[in-house]
Write a protein that binds this ligand. Structure first.
Ligand SMILES: C[S@@+](CC[C@H](N)C(=O)[O-])C[C@H]1O[C@@H](n2cnc3c(N)ncnc32)[C@H](O)[C@@H]1O
Length: 211
């Protein structure tokens, strides 16, 4: 793992991540999977300075650019990790470490032979249950109805999760007042967006996942 002291960027593409050392202070943490250009991290970090946000992004270009933007805005409570979220969550994030996991507009990987690259599968859902605190939230949004239904089916068949109503979309007050960049793009285009919230049931709820 490498940390650049001038930006909130943490390079963990080698699969190593010092989770406890990400911040110098202790606070509740939330995790975003596939943070892209970083709009969620920027807006959430500004609205909730008392919370620590960690985004994991596979694209180096996006991870770096979003980290630079966070630094320009002086945000001290956000880190962008350049790495593979599936691997890092499974192997580097401790049990019960976060109060929310956000997954917005995960890549749908349309081609059949690429489907195995989708972030959501039963193993990923088990890892999310492992890292969430009791009553922690899993927040999801996508424009792909068929993927959304698959995700709901996965979560319905996992005893750890209970579905709850998702928040209504924000009424944007300015051009960047959206959940994420993809949300902004699709709302402007008028595409339907499917949203869901799940809460992790308290206590043990399924077998411990294998990394
Ligand atoms: C469609 S984009 C959405 C970006 C952002 N969430 C948004 O809504 O604007 C999906 C993002 O997930 C990232 N991604 C895909 N697989 C990933 C993985 N295994 N770990 C971390 N990021 C991943 C991609 O690089 C891309 O930036």
């Amino acid at each position: 793992m490498m940390t650049d002291p001038t930006t909130p960027l943490v390079e963990a593409i080698d699969g190593q991540l010092d989770w406890d050392g990400l911040f110098e202070t202790e606070a509740e943490r939330e995790l975003e999977v596939g943070s892209g250009k970083g709009l969620f991290l920027l807006n959430a970090g500004q609205r909730h300075p008392e919370v620590q946000f960690v985004g994991i992004e596979l694209s180096r270009k996006y991870a770096r650019r979003s980290a630079e933007r966070l630094a320009r805005n002086g945000l001290k409570n956000v880190r962008v990790v350049w790495g593979d979220a599936r691997r890092l969550i499974a192997l580097q994030v401790p049990d019960r470490a976060v109060r929310a996991v956000h997954v917005y507009f995960p890549d749908p990987w349309w081609k059949k032979r690429h489907r195995k690259r989708r972030i959501f599968d039963a193993g990923f859902v088990k890892q999310v249950a492992r890292v969430l605190k009791d009553q922690g939230r899993l927040e999801i949004a996508t424009d792909v109805e068929s993927y959304f239904e698959e995700i709901r089916e996965l979560l319905r068949s996992d005893a750890c999760f209970e579905e709850r109503p998702a928040d209504d979309p924000l009424q944007p007050q300015h051009d960047l007042d959206y959940l994420t960049h993809f949300e902004r793009k699709y709302r402007i285009e008028g595409r339907p967006i499917y949203r869901a919230r799940y809460v992790r049931r308290s206590g043990p709820c399924s077998e411990e996942p294998q990394p």
